[in-house]
Write a protein that binds this ligand. Structure first.
Ligand SMILES: [Mg+2]
Length: 258
């Protein structure tokens, strides 16, 4: 069924703005599971997302990195803040790795802490947890329109599949396929899907992911769209390759018009 049309969507930053949730869940992961004497967590920290966190979020690829960022922001000594933020970002990936090493942490464990923090909140008060996400209704409508046009939709996210599924159910969005980080990299998933579908678009807010899609021989023909409303770095909009289209929310219908 190579002629079955399919559209791929990233989740965070594209379908929902989950900034409040990332901050709350990562903070709770630090408080409940990290067991570190280097941090102390006051109640009021939960009330407002740190600006430093918001500004660093576009660099994040996997959830566990957010636990590290929050830990660095709330550290008692030499915390990450607006003054030293750019130094941190300059070597973002190496810094994340060296923080893991310094604390003898393993990325998979931090990811589990984040997942457990989410599970804890879902069990305690699902409605409250879900309200931490703000949907982009234009994107929800587009997913519904795709269904009307017999175009399948797949959501590929680097968060756990169960969490994206719970939010989508609440929003009354039922895509044909949902893949979480458990299913492999986005390029691997897109490669698999391209064997049986004609992928007519991939909407994502992480430019590096789209560049990887364009680099792979199997997926480089997939039309790629960078979501202008997502978590973009200032530089992402500059020097965008010709084969990646910057898509604004008001023009989102263009995605199905090709
Ligand atoms: Mg995203």
């Amino acid at each position: 069924m190579r002629n079955q049309k399919l559209v791929l969507f990233d989740f965070d930053g594209v379908i929902v703005d989950g900034m409040n949730e990332y901050w709350n869940s990562s903070l709770l992961a630090c408080e409940k599971f990290l067991n570190s004497n280097d941090i102390s967590i006051e109640r009021n920290l939960y009330e407002e997302v740190s600006d430093t966190f918001k500004e660093i979020r576009p660099w994040v690829k996997y959830g566990w990195e957010m636990v590290i960022i929050v830990y660095e922001i709330i550290k008692k000594t030499n915390p990450l803040n607006q003054k030293n933020k750019n130094d941190f970002l300059f070597n973002y990936h190496q810094n994340c790795q060296s923080i893991l090493l310094k604390n003898s942490w393993v990325a998979e464990d931090l990811q589990k802490f984040l997942n457990n923090s989410r599970k804890y909140q879902i069990n305690k008060d699902f409605e409250k947890w879900v309200q931490l996400h703000k949907p982009f209704y234009e994107v929800l409508n587009l997913i519904k329109n795709a269904k009307n046009k017999q175009i399948k939709t797949a959501i590929i996210t680097t968060k756990g599949k169960i969490f994206a599924t719970r939010i989508l159910e609440k929003l009354n969005i039922i895509p044909e396929l949902i893949f979480g980080y458990e299913s492999g990299t986005k390029v691997e998933i897109a490669s698999q899907l391209s064997k049986e579908h004609e992928i007519i678009g991939f909407l994502e807010d992480r430019k590096d992911t789209l560049l990887e899609i364009k680099k792979s021989k199997i997926t480089n023909k997939i039309p790629c769209f960078l979501a202008d409303w997502g978590y973009l770095k200032d530089t992402d909009r500059i020097n965008l390759p010709n084969d990646i289209t910057l898509l604004k929310l008001k023009n989102i219908d263009n995605l199905l018009a090709i």
